[in-house]
Design a protein around this ligand. Structure first.
Ligand SMILES: Cc1cc2nc3c(=O)[nH]c(=O)nc-3n(C[C@H](O)[C@H](O)[C@H](O)COP(=O)(O)OP(=O)(O)OC[C@H]3O[C@@H](n4cnc5c(N)ncnc54)[C@H](O)[C@@H]3O)c2cc1C
Length: 449
């Protein structure tokens, strides 16, 4: 992936003794990680005329968003809904399906196509903006210096940069006692590598990702057992929505084991099946288990101390309102700074960090999930929830960023966003609650764009 011309450029730059002031560093901006946060930071910096490079430790660019997370999960979901005929069953009957025997390769066919296309678009954008892409694992050597371990055999080189953006995202957390093999017991990163669809599956961890895959498998007719130590699903979502979600999941034959601690996850029957033992003494026997208990900042290999930085116990970095870390010339954006950990928010954080010290764009963060909550949550007649919950669920789309951000008031693993209370509005047609139809409490004048 690394362009030989770029490597040559680094070589020459490193060999030079005295350099003109602007060239005191190899790059004006070095971005670590090519997910949405890193891409947008790099493109914005390049547009501002900075000599920019982006470092990616995987063989392909795009981060979790394109390769294992947002885009693949949403594409799989669309494939599941289409092939299973899920949306049409009400009309044509429960036996209706576009394809009767849906296989993993049917689902992956669509995902592969979309992923390939997204990688291509991203590559083109980076190239068009003159950004150097370096295929290497990055770690700090000093506060302006980064070591690059190239995986194409080009060895190890140290590069310097005036500003550095850390956009390394988060990675799956695994309990070392759980024998994850990527097939029988797998994580959300392994879903695209599954060879076949099981008839039964246990999903350990009922967070957003666990629930998303649990509902997909259930829609395909797989018998799902959902296990979580909390006794309520997604505590930050309206109760009514969760009640409806639970109702629809039960209709799809999902068995809930909530308020249950997992004691042991083991492969049994010659590694062909999984046995999960719960602290209550119950046992769940399934063909496969999806283990998704959470994600932590991918900072373990960065050698942050060499740059004078520290991450918290979840590997996340603290930043100020301009995304500066403890070292003011080093920024951190995207999932590695925690809530809300969404693709579109990460992109905007990347742009804002690259603009720091220059003209500032409008300060608002998109807070919209890329999925349709209507489908995830079932067909729900929502009553008007309060503004805070609407914003957290992503219904409003934009969260004001003028106030201190991020506001890390943790709420069961999620931070509550600092959202202004909804202003009472004049009663209008079609809105018995008193607000105008389409009014947006987060915009001046309340108008939806
Ligand atoms: C299953 C799943 C579903 C999701 N669904 C949604 C959704 O519907 N909507 C939504 O908005 N968000 C969703 N997300 C979250 C979204 O994917 C993330 O918020 C987004 O990808 C974060 O972007 P990022 O740039 O911060 O990090 P990432 O996308 O994680 O990219 C970080 C990159 O940095 C690289 N890197 C790490 N360490 C190094 C190093 N030392 N050197 C070089 N490179 C390094 C990694 O290889 C990676 O490519 C989902 C996530 C998952 C896992």
């Amino acid at each position: 992936m690394s362009d030989p011309a770029v490597l040559e450029f680094i070589e020459q730059a490193t060999d030079q003794g005295a350099r003109p002031a602007r060239d005191a560093f190899d790059f004006d901006m070095l971005v670590l990680g090519s997910g949405p946060a890193g891409q947008r930071a790099a493109i914005q910096a390049a547009k501002l005329g900075k000599r920019t490079a982006i470092v990616e430790r995987r063989a392909v660019i795009g981060g979790v968003c394109i390769n294992t997370g947002t885009i693949p999960s949403k594409t799989l979901r669309e494939a599941v809904l289409y092939l299973s005929g899920y949306r049409e069953k009400n009309i044509y009957g429960a036996s209706y399906a576009v394809k009767s025997q849906i296989s993993m390769s049917d689902l992956l066919f669509r995902a592969d196509h979309v992923i390939r296309n997204e990688i291509d678009v991203t590559n083109h954008q980076l190239r068009r903006n003159g950004i150097n892409v370096l295929a290497a694992k990055a770690s700090f050597v000093g506060d302006h210096e980064v070591r690059l371990e190239f995986f194409d055999g080009s060895g190890v080189r140290d590069v310097t940069a005036q500003n550095i953006v850390i956009a390394v995202g988060r990675e799956v957390v695994c309990d070392p006692s759980v024998p994850v093999d990527g097939q029988c017991i797998f994580t959300s990163d392994d879903v695209l590598h599954l060879k076949d669809l099981p008839r039964t599956i246990a999903v350990v961890g009922a967070g957003v990702i666990g629930l998303e895959y649990a509902t997909m498998f259930a829609a395909l007719g797989v018998r799902v057992t959902l296990i979580d130590k909390r006794d309520r699903l997604l505590p930050f979502v309206d109760h009514e929505i969760i009640d409806a979600l639970v109702y629809h999941m039960r209709q799809n034959r999902v068995t809930m084991r909530l308020g249950e601690e997992v004691e042991e996850v083991a492969r049994v029957d010659g590694d062909q099946r999984v046995r999960i033992t719960l602290a209550s003494g119950k046992r769940v026997n399934t063909e496969k288990a999806l283990y998704c208990i959470g994600r932590q900042g991918a900072t373990a290999d960065l050698k942050l101390d060499a740059a004078g930085l520290t991450a918290n116990h979840r590997g996340l970095l603290n930043v100020d309102e301009n995304y500066r870390t403890e070292a003011p010339h080093i920024y951190a954006v995207g999932d590695v700074i925690g809530f809300p950990s969404l693709a579109s928010t990460s992109m905007e954080q990347g742009r804002l960090a690259a603009c720091d010290g220059g003209p500032q764009p409008r300060r608002a963060l998109p807070l919209r999930h890329l999925h349709h909550s209507r489908d995830l949550c079932g067909r729900v007649q929502r009553r008007r929830p309060d503004a805070r919950r609407r914003a957290l669920r992503g219904g409003q789309g934009v969260l004001p960023r003028d106030r201190p951000w991020p506001d890390h008031r943790r709420f069961d693993g999620h931070a509550e966003a600092d959202v202004p209370p909804r202003q009472p509005q004049a009663p209008g047609r079609g809105d018995p609650g008193g607000g105008r139809v389409g009014a947006d409490p987060y915009r001046p004048g309340g108008a939806r764009p």
